[in-house]
Design a protein around this ligand. Structure first.
Ligand SMILES: [Zn+2]
Length: 494
């Protein structure tokens, strides 16, 4: 390692703590990694032995000095990782600590911040790319002040410590609006707080358009075609946090582009305002505005396109399908594991199979998988025995990404996520299978047999070969299709 690019680097706390904040800021140095008693420190000039000697004394370790690519970037990184309030060794001001945690979370693209109480202290954890990361620890006292501060900000009753509470915080940080959903729950060690960052990270804005979703050519055409028809139903399924809403929103943006259609969405909650879309918030808890009630009234407002946040009950399913019959395009989400499962789920909800067959245009299943960190990823050649497992045995020299770890990805080897999709167009063959009451497995086998890489697994493997995710991620998010044969040449869609 000769030089290092420190832009947007958040160093784990156990590494930062090797050098006191005061020293780091005075010498303008930043520890970036520790391995086998060797600490790598980013410095301005690696030939300045006075600085390196000091660092070896302070850390009591051998120091490997690397130079930052730019002095101004190093300065920014040092001040970011060691904020002013760290200089005296402790942060005792809750507002300062809160802003620090928020800034760190936004910097690394976290979706949630957790304040977790343990027996003798508290630890801050963040969820980044769907996985939890442990962060800095604090004393009980600091944690309790932080929790009280957050509760006041979220307009919660701070005297209530024995019941779960919900609230919201709207604040400003470094000139940008930040919106947080706050939830507390009493645990045996103290009040656990979860902060959900509702403000979108900069790195997901690319997903705002259909083009940015990372679809294969065939998938892209299927989705675009299904959205261009005047009536029909397109449904996306996937677990919570699989990016369904992002895909639906990208679809809505496409639909309002030319301004000729009235697009209405019914959501719980409205995740993000979209230009030119009439967004309605349902209140399912209080039963004042339920999905099906809202849907009924929406139909009286002359919509061309209706998006339904989630089909949860038979009544909503019924109105959704019948709206398609009367000339509307309906987009919705549903909870199932696979794309074919959507068809059977609708039938289970009481929709007649002929209605499902005649209104559904496209069913989609979606998952999010982590992307390998582009700065430390390497390619490795797969051994023959593994090639067979993925149906690549006819190929030799198949290379897939191998993750490592660096300061940029907080040593996880991953940075950011991408979506993988399963798409089943409801064509005449699928309609026929539905009318013959074929099972989800039979329809899935039909989809797999088509070998267009339209299953989650197939799409995932396609993305592995492109270096956009890893085999490990695909193994942990998709079902094992041992017998699936995905021909590399003939069937690749993108
Ligand atoms: Zn990395």
């Amino acid at each position: 390692m000769n030089s290092i690019d420190l832009d947007k680097v958040s160093i784990p706390y156990h590494i930062l703590s090797l050098i006191p904040a005061k020293t780091a800021r005075a010498l303008m140095v930043l520890p970036v990694s520790v391995e086998n008693g060797l600490v790598t420190v980013c410095v301005k000039d690696k030939h300045n032995f006075r600085v390196i000697n000091t660092l070896e004394q302070v850390t009591a370790m051998q120091v490997e000095a690397v130079e930052a690519t730019e002095e101004s970037v190093l300065k920014k990184a040092v001040f970011f990782n060691y904020p002013e309030s760290f200089v005296d060794g402790t942060i005792n001001q809750a507002p300062e600590l809160f802003r620090y945690l928020l800034r760190q979370a936004i910097y690394v693209g976290a979706s949630d911040i957790h304040i977790c109480h343990e027996k003798d202290g508290c630890v801050i954890k963040t969820r980044v790319d769907g996985k939890m990361r442990s962060g800095r620890s604090f004393s009980k006292q600091a944690a309790s002040e932080l929790v009280s501060y957050i509760k006041v900000q979220a307009k919660m009753d701070i005297s209530q410590k024995r019941v779960p509470l919900d609230g919201n915080i709207e604040t400003e940080l470094d000139g940008r609006e930040i919106s947080l959903r706050v939830a507390t729950v009493p645990t045996i060690n103290g009040e656990h707080v979860t902060l959900r960052l509702l403000t979108q990270n900069d790195n997901v804005t690319a997903l705002d358009s259909l083009e940015g979703l990372g679809l294969g050519d065939l998938q892209f055409r299927l989705l675009k075609q299904s959205l261009s028809v005047a009536n029909g139903v397109v449904i996306i399924s996937g677990p919570t946090g699989s990016g369904k809403t992002t895909t639906l929103y990208a679809g809505l943006r496409e639909l309002v582009k030319d301004g000729t259609r009235h697009v209405v969405s019914i959501e719980d909650p409205v995740e993000k305002p979209i230009d030119k879309v009439t967004q309605i918030k349902v209140d399912s808890e209080k039963e004042r505005v339920s999905f099906h009630k809202a849907l009924r009234s929406v139909l009286r407002h002359d919509p061309d396109v209706i998006m339904i946040g989630e089909i949860r009950d038979a009544e909503t399913a019924d109105i959704a399908l019948k709206s398609a019959l009367t000339g509307h395009l309906v987009l919705a989400t549903l909870h199932t594991n696979s794309a074919p499962g959507i068809l059977n789920r609708l039938v289970d909800l009481g929709a007649p199979d002929f209605l499902v067959a005649s209104t559904l245009r496209l069913v989609i299943a979606q998952r999010l998988v982590r992307r390998p960190c582009s700065l430390c990823m390497e390619w490795e050649v797969l051994p023959q025995v593994i090639l067979e497992k993925y149906g690549w045995s006819e190929r030799s020299n198949v290379k897939v990404p191998k993750v490592n770890g660096c300061p940029h990805c907080a040593y996880t080897g991953y940075s950011g996520r991408t979506a993988i999709y399963e798409m089943l167009p409801v064509n005449s063959s699928v309609q026929q299978m539905l009318l013959e009451s074929k099972s989800e497995v039979e329809i899935y086998n039909y989809l797999k047999g088509k070998a267009y890489n339209l299953t989650l697994r197939g799409d995932g493997l396609r993305k592995v070969l492109k270096g956009q995710t890893t085999l490990e991620e695909i193994e942990s998010t998709t079902v094992n299709d041992n017998d699936a044969v995905f021909n590399l040449e003939g069937s690749s869609t993108g």
